[in-house]
Structure formats: structure tokens, C-alpha cells
Design a protein around this ligand. Sequence first.
Ligand code: PLP
Length: 390
Amino acid sequence: MKLSHRLDKLPPYLFVDINRKIAEKRARGEDIISFAVGDPDMPTPQQILERLCQAAHDPANHRYPETAGLPELRQAIARWYQRRFGITLDPSKEVLPLIGSKEGIGHISFCFIDPGDIALVPDPGYPVYSMSTLLAGGEPHLMPLTEDNDFLPNLEAIPKAVTTKARLLWLNYPNNPTGAIAELDFFQKAVHFAGKHNLAICHDAPYTEVAFDGYRPPSFLQVPEAREVGIEFHSLSKTYNMTGWRIGMAVGNAQMIDALFRFKSNLDSGIPQAIQRAAIEALDGSQDCIAEHNSVYQRRRDKLVKALNSIGLRARLPKASFYIWARIPQGYTSVDFTTELLDKANVAVTPGVGYGSVGEGYIRLSLTLPDDRLEAGIGRLLDWHESRRE
Ligand SMILES: Cc1ncc(COP(=O)(O)O)c(C=O)c1O
């Protein structure tokens, strides 16, 4: 058997050792408290589940779905964008439902990147931007996101030799893994930059609804000219605790939406229709669950950040997303530090280097674990810190 060269381009999975260690410990009956995964612990709200169950019984939903999604879903997405961001979208041309936003994020690279092309990718960043670029035969050019710059890329610092070959600019706010946010003036600059260098923007925005202290993150499409150069990926995963159902969307530039549709219609047959019906309920129904979830995350955020700072792991209070990006003590790599927490405290976190080399020196902790587990995890971190001082 001979596998494609394409697969050789994917770097080895960094966390093999850490994951093996977690599995071995669990097999020995040890209790690991994991802050490592960004997957809501709270269930999908009841009314969405009820709609899903009802739709599952309807034989009309037992057949192949259309790749373009139900027209009613595209309309519900457009209504949601109108209500939430005041943006008017044409549901037939500017909206495309996805099998989770990751699916579209992975596939869009194949619509823009030919061998030798470049995609501008944040470092640290969600790994799919780079991986899909590599799989499409292109090269990621990494844009450092640093604390000094509030984790925003310095677009002006990108060399001309790079911008001439760049086809895509990836942005992601509220940001995974740093928890940083961007305002419209930054998006405005990015839109101007894209126009000047003739490249397309993909703004990945699954966390706009996970926000605290009354803050409401903007959509990139609120910049008037954004639709001329880009699309936004969004998702029901984090907003409605629907990661398991796999449903998201791309909205914005009609040409980009059409390209993504043409590509993916050759590979998948759309989202199961009962799930699309549940998504319509989520988007059109009561939005109370969003504030309820956010108040839980906010409480967890405050406790965890306070505890981390008290043991010298410097972390900012994020205004949005459910991630804490914490600086680790000098003298450790992020992988060593993660291994130490696992070995000595039975606590799992994610090493920052897993999101890119600029993530070295940090760990990411997610707030998506039940309150009692979070508190027990904090207790273990405090005990571990105490034991180091003895
Ligand atoms: C930044 C970012 N983008 C996209 C996704 C994918 O979300 P989904 O495929 O569930 O819509 C995630 C999931 O963790 C994410 O953190």
C-alpha cells in the first residue's frame, strides 16, 4: 500500500505522549481532571432536542439531504445574522450550512490554494487553518499573535514577497486559544489589507456568543466592505451546546460561498435534515440559554483566573470565548509543564505550542467542565503549587 505524499505533509501529532499518559493513568483507575478540551459540558437546550426528536420521526428527514441545506435553514441563519448583528444576507447566495464549521474551514483551502500559494495564518491558532493549507499543497505563513499586540496580527509586518503569493487571510475572534477579541477597527484594517493585496478573508467566529461582563463581540461582516472580500464561519456548536450534532455555517461573499458549495457538493451530501430542523429551532427560538451558559462560564472564569494568578500562572480575564491562556513559569517548555501537571496533580491542560511555536510559554485551559470538577481541579493545582514550595 502506498499512501499519498499529501499525508506526509502533516506534522506528527504533538500530544501523542501526553495522550498516551492520560490513557494509561485512566486505565489504572486514576482520576484525571481535564481542562484540555473546548467542548461544552452543559447539554443542548431542551426545546432544540425536542425538535430534533420530532424531526427524526418524520420520514421526509430520512432521505439524502441537499448539500446546500434546507432553504428554511438558510433563511433562519440570515434572520439570526440580521437580529444579532444587523446584517442582511441573501439566503440563496450568501449563506451555506456546514457539517460543523470545521468542515468548511478545512474545505475552503482547496477552493483558494494551489501548490506554491500562501495562506496567512495566526500563530497560535486553531490548527485546521494550517493543516488544510498544507493538504491543499500550499504554505502557511504564520502571523505571530503576542500579548504586546493584544493578540492581533500585525498585517503591515507581512513581507511583500509573502503578500504577493497569499490567497487567504485567516482571522479568528473571539480567539482560540488566547481568548482575545477584535473590534471593528481591526476588521476594517484587515478588509483594506485584503483589498490592497487581492486576497480573500476567512473570519472564523464560533465564539461570538460566548462573552462576559455584558460584552458583545462584533461580526467581521459589520464592516461595510467586508462582504466584498470575505466570509465568516460560524457554528451552533458553542452557542447552543451542539458540538455533537455537527452543524455550522459560512456566510458572506457570494463567490466564495459558491466556490465552497461546488467543492463540498462533490464530497458530502449535506447535514442530516433532522439536525437542520433542530438548528432552525435553535436560531429562531428563545435565546435565553446563551445568557444562562455565559453566566456559568463567567463564574468559572473568575474562579480559575484568580487561582491561576495566585500560583504564578499569569492569565488575563478573557472578555469572550471559554479559554484561559496562561503564562507558565520560566524554565519549562509548555509540554514539560503540561506533563508535570499531569504527573503530579492529575490535571490535564493543553500546551500552548500545540497551537504554534508562538504559543510556547503558555498553556490553555478550557472552562467547559462541570463546576465541581473545576473546583476540584483548582484544588489540585493549589496543592501542587504548595507541594513545590515545601
Ligand atoms: C476556532 C475554532 N474554529 C472552529 C471550530 C470548529 O467548530 P465546529 O466544527 O464544531 O463548528 C472550533 C472548535 O473548537 C474552534 O475552536
